[in-house]
Structures are given as structure tokens and as C-alpha cells.
Design a protein around this ligand. Structure first.
Ligand code: PLP
Length: 379
């Protein structure tokens, strides 16, 4: 059966070149901390990849620390501030990934949620109000691009506001890296989490990039790796794959080819969805449609349809898409992102996310529309 992969925001395919390079690395034992020749070769690979990843986010290479991914990066930063300043406040946007929202579950600090507007953009006026509401604030954390809607947040404005009130600023840039230009210095971000597998690298490797605040949050102790900032033997093959994917992604963002490929596909898809809905006399909502968005993501709800059964029907047709809702103990919960945007529980439970990448073709979107039309016709 033909398979159509439209779930790049969950994880992205790794190119054959990157797989081959990683396999080459794994053929030899390369502990990058060992002093012998094979160890030193491993170190060279790690440092080359560090430069590639640093270029992607505009940071000096010395300010990039490799880790296991963005869940670790987010937890490292959030937990550092909760444990170091237990009497101070931490503000996070209400649409963050659970890696931020639940990072403080085992601490004595409950993060306060910054509201978003109906279009999915963080309400900067409300944030300003919260920042002025007494009590010292150690950290503000707002993601660069939302993983469900693709909505881009005004990171430079939010960072400036946080700094004005004496707080440091963390940004989960997982869904922005490799999709829009990033310059950690120009944005004035203090800590930035990124993850390889969202931009064409392997799973289980990521990085925390640092701005100029001079604070280094540490989660894992027990080894001198990564200048003592992150203990644990380096995942050399994974880091090499991450570096290669970062360089390719950076070039595509810089020369405009990422958006040039994906924006027309997104526009085609949104037009096709609207046409299909009007033929079947359905209302369709494209979430965050009037906000700045990355070119690869479309989150929509078709009135009267549940995402669970739609996903299953599409899966039977070989099409992989996703929903925003979380499934816990066998029940589908409304998406917390859409709920924060003011959507009703039915709308927030019914959303389908299509997320695309450089390999996505119009023919794949046509196959998706054909399969979805069958489902809509049956409802
Ligand atoms: N943050 C965001 C916005 C994400 O989309 C994801 C992945 O789903 C994560 C964090 C977690 O990243 P990782 O899989 O690298 O732990």
C-alpha cells in the first residue's frame, strides 16, 4: 500500500546520506572523551557538529551543549530555576509542549500560564501585566513555534519584556529550528532547546544553546562531558547526524528554498480543504490562519468530525497525520493548545494536523484530500 507521511512535526525522515554517515561512525568505538586516536576522531566529529548546530541558531559553538533532545533541554532549564529560586515565580505560555508544562511537576514551584489570543499568538499585554504583578520572577518560557498550529511567537518582544522585569528567558525552539531563521543573540534568548529529529536528524539527540546571561543550568551530573554541563557519554553518531541535518536545514532556510517549497503546498492544501468542506456543506476552521505561521503546518477542524475516527480511517488508506488532542487512559482529551485559544471541547477534540517537509509533494496532498473526502462523505 502507498504510504503518505504528513506528520513531520512529530518526527521527520532521515536522509540516506545522514543514515550512512551515522552508520560509518558507529562502525568504530568512538568515545569522544577518550584520549586515544579513535576517541580523538570522535571528538573531532562532535566539535564539527557543534559548529553546524551553532550556525543553525546563531550561537557561538562554545555555547551549545548536546543532550538527548528537547524534553531534556526544557526540563534542564525549568527545573534549574525552580530549584535554585523556589520562592520566585516562573511564567510559561499556556500552549507549551508538555516538556515545559509538566517540567516542574516534582518541584515546589507551580508555573503560571500566560494566555494566548484566539489566533494562537501569546498575549503580550497579558504577559506584561503578569510580570508587573508583584513577586520576583526567575524565568519566562515561551516556545518559538507551536507544534500543533505552527503559529510563530513574537520571541524578541517577549524576551525583552522578561529582561525588563529581571527574569531570564527560555525558548523551546524545536518547531522553529530549520523552518525559520534563528539568531539567539538578536532574539536575546538566554536558553534555547532544539531537537535533531524535528529537522531531519535522528531521534534521541538535541541541544541546549545559551545566550549571553552566563548561567548554565545542569540537570545530569556524574561525568565531565560537555564541559561538565551535561554528564553522559556523548552520542557521537547521533550528534554527527544532528550536525549534518542542521547544516542542510540552515542552508534551506537561508536561501529561502524551505518556504518556497512548502508555502505553495500549504496554500494548495488549505484551498482544497475549503473547497471540500463547501462541497459537503461543512464548516472548516483552520486554526491560527490569521497569525504568522511556519509554512509546513496546517491544523484544522471539520465541524461534526472527531479526530480519532478520521485518523484511523486515513491510516487505513496509508496516510499518516496527527491530531492535537492527547489520549490518556483511553479517552481523547481536547487539545490544550486549542482550548487556550478559546475553542470549544468539540472543536479542540476534532482537530487534525498535517505537517509537511521537503519531501512532501502535491501528489501526496492530493492523496490525502481524496482519502479525507471519502471520510467526510461518510459522516
Ligand atoms: N517541544 C516541542 C515544541 C516539541 O514539538 C517536542 C516534540 O514533540 C518536544 C519539545 C520534545 O522533543 P524531544 O522529542 O526531542 O524530546
Amino acid at each position: 500500500m502507498r504510504r503518505v507521511y504528513l506528520d513531520y512535526n512529530a518526527t521527520s525522515p532521515v536522509s540516506a546520506d545522514i543514515c550512512d554517515s551515522m552508520a560509518d561512525i558507529m562502525r568504530y568505538p568512538r568515545n569522544a572523551s577518550a584520549v586515544h586516536a579513535m576517541g580523538r576522531e570522535g571528538r573531532k566529529h562532535v566539535e564539527h557538529a557543534r559548529r553546524q548546530v551553532a550556525t543553525l541558531v546563531g550561537a557561538p559553538p562554545a555555547q551549545v551543549i548536546f543532550n538527548s533532545g528537547a524534553t531534556e533541554g526544557d526540563n534542564t532549564v525549568l527545573q534549574h530555576f525552580a530549584r535554585s529560586y523556589p520562592s520566585e515565580r516562573i511564567l510559561v505560555s499556556s500552549i507549551e509542549h508538555p516538556a515545559v508544562l509538566e517540567a516542574l511537576d516534582d518541584t515546589n514551584v507551580a508555573p503560571e500560564h500566560i494566555p494566548v489570543r484566539a489566533n494562537g499568538v501569546v498575549n503580550v499585554d497579558a504577559l506584561a501585566q503578569m510580570l508587573s504583578n508583584g513577586g520576583k520572577i526567575s524565568l519566562v518560557s515561551v516556545m518559538m513555534v507551536n507544534n500543533e498550529t505552527g503559529v510563530i511567537q513574537p520571541i524578541a518582544d517577549i524576551a525583552a519584556l522578561a529582561h525588563k522585569h529581571g527574569a531570564l528567558f527560555h525558548c523551546d525552539a524545536v518547531q522553529g529550528a530549520g523552518r525559520i531563521p534563528i539568531d539567539i543573540t538578536a532574539l536575546s534568548v538566554d536558553f534555547m532547546s532544539i531537537s535533531a529529529h524535528k529537522l531531519g536528524g535522528p531521534q534521541g539527540v538535541g541541544a541546549l544553546a545559551f545566550g549571553s546571561c552566563g548561567v548554565t543550568p545542569i540537570l545530569l551530573h556524574g561525568g565531565g562531558q560537555e564541559k561538565k554541563a551535561r554528564a553522559g557519554t556523548e552520542n557521537v553518531a547521533g550528534i554527527v547526524g544532528f550536525g549534518m541535518a542542521s547544516e542542510i536545514a540552515h542552508n534551506r532556510v537561508t536561501d529561502g528554498s524551505y518556504t518556497a517549497h512548502l508555502a505553495p503546498l500549504r496554500d494548495y492544501l488549505e484551498r482544497a480543504l475549503s473547497d471540500m468542506a463547501s462541497v459537503h456543506k461543512k464548516t472548516i476552521i483552520i486554526h491560527g490562519a490569521d497569525a504568522p505561521r511556519v509554512a509546513n503546518t496546517v491544523l484544522f477542524t471539520i465541524e461534526g468530525m472527531t479526530s480519532e475516527s478520521t485518523l484511523m480511517a486515513l491510516d487505513l488508506d496509508g496516510i499518516a497525520v496527527s491530531n492535537g488532542s492527547a489520549c490518556s487512559s483511553g479517552t481523547v482529551q481536547p487539545s490544550h493548545v486549542l482550548t487556550a485559544m478559546g475553542a470549544s471541547p468539540e472543536i479542540a477534540t476534532g482537530a487534525i494536523r498535517v505537517s509537511m517537509g521537503m519531501r512532501t509533494t502535491q501528489a501526496e496532498l492530493e492523496a490525502f484530500i481524496t482519502a479525507l473526502t471519502k471520510v467526510v462523505g461518510r459522516v
